[in-house]
Ligand binder design. Sequence first.
Ligand code: RB5
Length: 141
Amino acid sequence: MNILIANDHAGYSYKEKIKKYLQQKKINVIDIGCDSENSVDYPDFAHKLAQQFIKEEEESLGILICGTGNGVSMVANKYQKIRAALCWNKEVAILAKQHNDANVLSLPARYLDEKTVIEIVDIFIREKIEEERHKRRVSKI
Ligand code: RB5
């Protein structure tokens, strides 16, 4: 499984922390940028991730980080294969996987502490969609 990760300037610092965490778990991380806190336009990096993500194998996941998580999420959800979920706490992250089978996680860097970010990432890589009714609903998206 590959995890693709991209961010804007607001998400850079958490991107580095998430990368380190995933690499410690021996997960292959593909970093799409940006690579500093210098101001960039979030759509440039979200599009880059999405375009690469749609060529990946089914089990790959994406992580997008910007200030609110909304901008990158809006971009990613323009792509048919992507189900990007904005997650701001653990419960929402669990349900984004169990009910919506999210394959891209969007994080609001300016509204989360580091502990919560790592907990959400952990949930995102661990949880799976449950039960037929959720699969049926996702297939209708
Ligand atoms: C950048 O200031 C900010 O607009 C961006 O990180 C994000 O929140 C957009 O949705």
